[in-house]
Write a protein of this length. Structure first.
Length: 72
């Protein structure tokens, strides 16, 4: 895989990092599209530009906290 940083192209040998196993590259735009589709399908509100995002309870029941439009 190649990535560009400040106009310079850099090679990352993924096969060396994975021991030769295959990988799937899931682009950010595809992740966002899938998350939006899942949110719309759930009927839950779709919010952008949330701040103060926290995630807790990963060992039991995950909880996400955030602020949006001045409200928590």
């Amino acid at each position: 895989m190649y990535i560009s940083i400040n106009g310079q192209r850099h090679h990352i040998a993924l096969s060396e990092l994975t021991g030769g196993k295959g990988i799937t590259v899931y682009g950010q735009n595809e992740v966002v599209r899938d998350l939006i589709d899942a949110c719309l399908a759930s009927g839950r509100p779709l919010l952008f530009e949330a701040g103060d995002v926290t995630v807790s309870g990963l060992d039991s029941t995950p909880t996400i906290g955030f602020r949006h439009g001045g409200s928590a």
